[in-house]
Design a protein around this ligand. Sequence first.
Ligand SMILES: *Cc1c(COP(=O)(O)O)cnc(C)c1O
Length: 222
Amino acid sequence: MSVATKEYQELRTKIEAADARLVAVSKTKPVADIMALYELGQRDFGENRVSELVEKYEALPKDIRWHFIGHLQRNKVKSIAPFVHLIHAVDSLRLLREIEKQAAAVGRKISVLLQFHIAKEDTKYGLDVDEASSIMNEVAATPLPHVNIAGVMGMATYTDDKARVADEFATLAEIKEQLKKKNFPEDDGFREVSMGMSGDYPLALAAGSTLVRVGSLLFGER
Ligand SMILES: *Cc1c(COP(=O)(O)O)cnc(C)c1O
């Protein structure tokens, strides 16, 4: 565990002052590291592999809110449906429908975010605005009562060019506003903008992030 109590508190204070929440990204890190942050009051943790998430869920306190932040395969939804708090990276209608099915099977309503492709790199997953609109039309026609679409998520280009990163975050915040106006005008539940990581979270907060996903800054390099 590399993070000092003071640094954790400062990071959290900064994030909460901007009306956002910290998701501590604990992928590849041992449960002891997670417990050390848990003892300091951290409850939101993020993982990007299903098998690792399930193992950690089983080993750790049950009041942890587990965020799945990676690319989720449909055949793995079932394993996390009983306990996952928020699925950040939904990028297809087929995946939404599988989440609906597995949430119904365990009698839960599962919150998800739609992942958008905001980076000017083509290696990342995510929707564009047209794809999201067509998904929202399908969802309006065939509702998913066990899925709560709670907002959007994105990753900026990995670059030192701050103006570019700020621009990509602004784009995501704008997409969220548009979707809200068009598809969730009465729904205060559609509010999350998951953006910002260790290297770019200050820019994300400035652009209106509500959930920052910080890993290496807290836990050290992977
Ligand atoms: C690993 C990861 C993070 C955290 O990255 P750091 O640079 O370690 O803060 C955030 N979001 C996603 C989707 C990740 O996979």
